[in-house]
Design a binder for this molecule. Structure first.
Ligand code: HEC
Length: 159
């Protein structure tokens, strides 16, 4: 048959795609992109002591068994899963995510993480967004002019 090589190529491509999909399913902990619309969602809640306290209770009930009381991803159930629960103390990772993205992920879940859109109210989920942000150290404040060692000590920083 003339088109044999083409079929073969397609078969190889399919096999490769399948292998990749299988690999991604087994190792696919990395990418969990939220839809662009979700990223742009604005957090309607202000951060208050009361709302953080409310969120803490919800977190301890629903999230800490996986994410850990301190948000490090080291809850008692964490070792049961091959995907490590997110570590909210990772300032870099948290810095890359918008509030909307966190809200979407909490709402939708991803195995083994359950979805919470039916278990928790919208307000509770936004409170959790604010709460999980308390685990990571705040991003460093605007860099202070550090005295350069080679310069004279008392030179005031120029503005
Ligand atoms: C059964 C364990 C489990 C529970 C319960 C759980 N999570 Fe997760 N969570 C995970 C795992 C595992 C991941 C990583 C998923 C992935 O990367 O595929 C994750 C990821 C996340 C992420 C996304 C971080 C990222 O890397 O993008 C957020 C936000 C989050 N969880 C918040 C919560 C909150 C808030 C709760 C409670 C309302 C909760 N989770 C409950 C296991 C859990």
């Amino acid at each position: 048959m003339k088109n044999h090589p083409a079929n073969l190529r397609i078969a190889i491509l399919l096999a490769l795609a399948l292998a990749l999909a299988t690999w991604a399913a087994a190792h696919g902990k990395k990418d969990w992109p939220a839809p662009e619309d979700a990223k742009k969602l604005k957090n309607p809640l202000a951060v208050t002591d009361a709302s953080l306290a409310a969120a803490k209770a919800v977190f301890l009930d629903n999230c800490a068994q996986c994410h850990g009381e301190g948000g490090k991803g080291d809850g008692s159930e964490a070792p049961m899963y091959d995907v490590k629960p997110a570590d909210f103390t990772d300032a870099h990772m948290m810095g890359e995510m918008t509030d909307g993205e966190l809200f979407w992920k909490i709402s939708e879940g991803r195995r083994p993480m359950p979805e919470f859109k039916k278990r928790l109210t919208e307000e509770q989920r936004w409170q959790l967004v604010n709460y999980v942000r308390t685990f990571a150290p705040k991003p460093a404040p605007a860099p202070k002019p550090t005295p350069a060692p080679s310069k004279k000590k008392s030179a005031p920083p120029k503005q």
